[in-house]
Design a protein around this ligand. Structure first.
Ligand SMILES: NC(=O)c1ccc[n+]([C@@H]2O[C@H](COP(=O)([O-])OP(=O)(O)OC[C@H]3O[C@@H](n4cnc5c(N)ncnc54)[C@H](O)[C@@H]3O)[C@@H](O)[C@H]2O)c1
Length: 370
């Protein structure tokens, strides 16, 4: 039997728990009943999660007396939009929710980012519970309080910090995730290891087959370890003034590529992060930090996990470097004509390289993407 784990996020008042386990909600019925009695509950999810996992959720909640309402959005990155934000807020208004009621974000990072922003804005903050259903959202996006929608081509450019009351990372929800979506989420797990923890990196290399087979014990460990690493950073730097920026390793390039491909299914978020991590690791090597052989090891592991390591695997056409640079200029780490990049000194040791000029970056990208 899988033993449940709890990680407490202490930075918030009130602090909140992240629970990790299997069939967690069923095990927490009594607590949930206390929380939800005389409250309205809004469950917001996407249509794919609704088809694959809503019955599992209802099954786990069976026996609870709750007054719930369901709102569905389309699956995919383009749902992190002004349109959906307004639709959710209008719907909550029509149902006359008050701020003591609860919103449940039931889905992947897209649902989580959009719904947590809506929760923050609705009546200046309504109770939020995250029930993440993808590997990516269980190891990363459901924790730390970042909310977001994309505005035009600018990824995550509209957002706030708003923390949930609780996060339930239930591995039973991962059973229906496609291999591509599962491995896309794995990119964020590998990122945590590359930036923070060499031993975790070794574990991931040694357990790559079991991870791909979604072995429950390995899944529990990588979720717990990733959340532990993330929660420590979030606790000391909640609003990303310093260390928290390390979590952006691979994301400056990755977000620009996602925008370049219009947030389409051609390149999923985690796949963009995979390409971005390769670009950032190669740049670290070019600048004399990490050794080339280690960059080779990183690429080899990503390839084993079926993640892209070269842009030609996504698109054979020559990319427009100027256009990619224009997306990079939307990044939150831009300062004037420079950008702060997250690089690697070694495997397990990320750092912030300040004030890299756009000119240098453009020359680098021309060589890499040509
Ligand atoms: N807030 C943060 O700190 C943070 C951190 C990392 C990433 N993100 C954001 O997270 C998003 C990516 O998250 P994601 O990878 O979860 O994408 P996603 O939410 O689009 O989910 C991926 C796909 O899996 C489907 N799906 C979800 N759960 C499923 C299940 N249990 N079974 C079958 N299919 C299921 C979805 O319908 C979707 O098609 C990006 O927008 C990214 O910017 C946010």
């Amino acid at each position: 039997m899988i033993k449940s784990k709890t990680i407490r996020i202490l930075s918030r008042k009130p602090s909140y728990d992240i629970l990790i386990g299997e069939n967690l909600l069923k095990k927490k019925t009594n607590e949930l009943q206390l929380t939800f009695t005389q409250k309205k509950i809004a469950i917001i999810t996407d249509k794919k999660v609704n088809n694959c996992q809503y019955s599992n959720l209802l099954d786990q909640l069976r026996g609870l007396k709750i007054n719930s309402h369901l709102f569905l959005i389309e699956p995919g990155e383009s749902s992190k939009s002004w349109h959906n934000l307004k639709a959710v807020l209008d719907w909550l208004t029509e149902l006359n929710f008050d701020r003591t009621d609860y919103i449940i974000a039931f889905g992947g990072g897209v649902v989580g980012d959009l719904v947590s922003l809506a929760a923050n804005l609705f009546r200046r903050g309504i109770n939020l519970i995250q029930i993440p259903t993808t590997l990516l959202s269980q190891v990363d996006s459901s924790v730390g309080g970042k909310t977001a929608i994309n505005s035009g081509a600018a990824k995550n450019s509209i957002g706030t910090f708003y923390h949930p009351r609780a996060v339930y990372c239930d591995i039973s929800f991962l059973s229906t995730l496609s291999e591509r979506d599962f491995l896309s989420g794995y990119a964020e797990v590998f990122k945590m290891a590359l930036v923070f923890d060499k031993d975790f990196y070794k574990f991931l290399i040694e357990n790559q087959k079991l991870t791909r087979a979604r072995d429950k014990k390995v899944l529990m460990y990588i979720i717990e370890k990733s959340l532990d690493l993330k929660s420590k950073v979030v606790e000391v730097d909640e609003t990303e003034k310093e260390e928290r920026a390390l979590l952006n390793f691979g994301h400056t390039f990755g977000h620009a590529l996602e925008s370049y491909f219009d947030y389409s299914q051609k390149l999923l978020h985690g796949e963009a992060v995979s390409l971005g991590m390769v670009l950032a690791a190669c740049f670290s090597c070019q600048e004399g930090y990490i050794h080339q052989s280690k960059v080779g090891d990183i690429k080899k592991h990503l390839a084993t996990m079926k993640l892209p390591t070269a842009i030609t695997q996504i698109d054979n056409h020559k990319l427009n470097v100027g256009k990619i640079l224009s997306f990079i200029k939307q990044d939150k780490k831009v300062v004037g004509n420079n950008i702060n990049l997250i690089l690697l000194k070694d495997i397990g040791t990320g750092f912030i390289k300040r004030n890299v000029s756009f000119e240098k970056l453009e020359n680098y990208l021309k060589v890499q993407l040509d």
